[in-house]
Design a protein around this ligand. Structure first.
Ligand code: SF4
Length: 253
């Protein structure tokens, strides 16, 4: 992939622009919440390799809902970004799971050619893609969601699919990439009973060496009828305090 930097408007065989091939399921024109300190547009890619119980975007994840939803017109999306780039600092790629899409690097190149920064939200299961994006300086900020302590049973319970040792190893490799990255990175975990407990936070606090945010779970529209119970802000604060001796990077959001 070296030599990608500075190329213009990648085109795939057949004359189609790469951006038109990225499966996009949603587009937010302006957000103040998705990239710290930046005004960003948000692109929601379709498809995910997880089925998290608390996922708020089932329409981007479940095949039966994907087939019912209208895909976004990428040409119009890109034209809007091009025309309004002065209103923005950045574009956030989220999902779904953006790192699943082979053409993501080329699509990001087009965004960068507009003079915009790029943030990636990922579940960390594709360290090869993450490494490429970091090496080629195609991302300016990475936020990785960690779902549970790195244990096959715990990960499988929350992700709604079997997570084996290979997948957990990929997640570890992604964490390692974040630790060594030259750009700001963060790890986030959404907490839900009975899937998480203090011990999990303490264990992860030892592993995560970038800012590690614990988040409340917003129940409501979720991928699975969610039998879980959200932790309160006070309970999350106690987890932050309890993890302090094992890692000074944990905070609540
Ligand atoms: S919450 Fe889970 S299922 Fe939903 S998009 Fe993120 S990783 Fe995929």
């Amino acid at each position: 992939m070296s030599g990608m930097k500075g190329s213009v408007a990648p085109v795939v065989p057949g004359g189609k622009d790469v951006f038109s091939l990225l499966p996009v399921g949603g587009f937010l024109k302006q957000s103040l919440n998705d990239y710290p300190g930046r005004v960003s547009a948000v692109i929601y890619t379709r498809g995910c390799n997880f089925r998290c119980v608390y996922c708020h975007n089932p329409e981007l994840v479940l095949p039966e809902q994907l087939s019912r939803s209208e895909p976004v017109d990428n040409e119009k999306l890109f034209a809007w970004l091009s025309l309004n780039r002065v209103l923005l600092d950045a574009v956030v790629f989220t999902g779904g799971e953006p790192s699943l899409h082979r053409l993501l690097p080329e699509c990001i190149m087009k965004i960068k050619a507009l003079g915009l920064e790029v943030k990636l939200d990922t579940n960390g299961t594709n360290p090869a893609m993450l490494k490429l994006l970091l090496t080629e300086k195609l991302v300016d900020y990475v936020a990785m969601d960690i779902k549970a302590a790195l244990d096959c049973r715990k990960y499988s319970m929350i992700c709604g699919r079997h997570c084996d040792g290979t997948m957990l190893e990929d997640i570890r490799r992604s964490l390692e990439l974040l630790h060594n990255a030259a750009v700001p990175c963060e790890v986030r975990m959404t907490l839900l009973r009975p899937y998480h407990a203090m011990d999990d936070v303490v264990e992860l606090a030892r592993l995560v060496r970038v800012p590690f945010f614990l988040q409340e779970c917003r129940l409501g529209k979720t991928l699975q009828a969610c039998a879980g119970k959200a932790f309160t802000k006070e309970e999350i604060s106690r987890m932050v305090d309890g993890s302090e001796p094992n890692g000074g990077n944990v905070c609540s959001r």
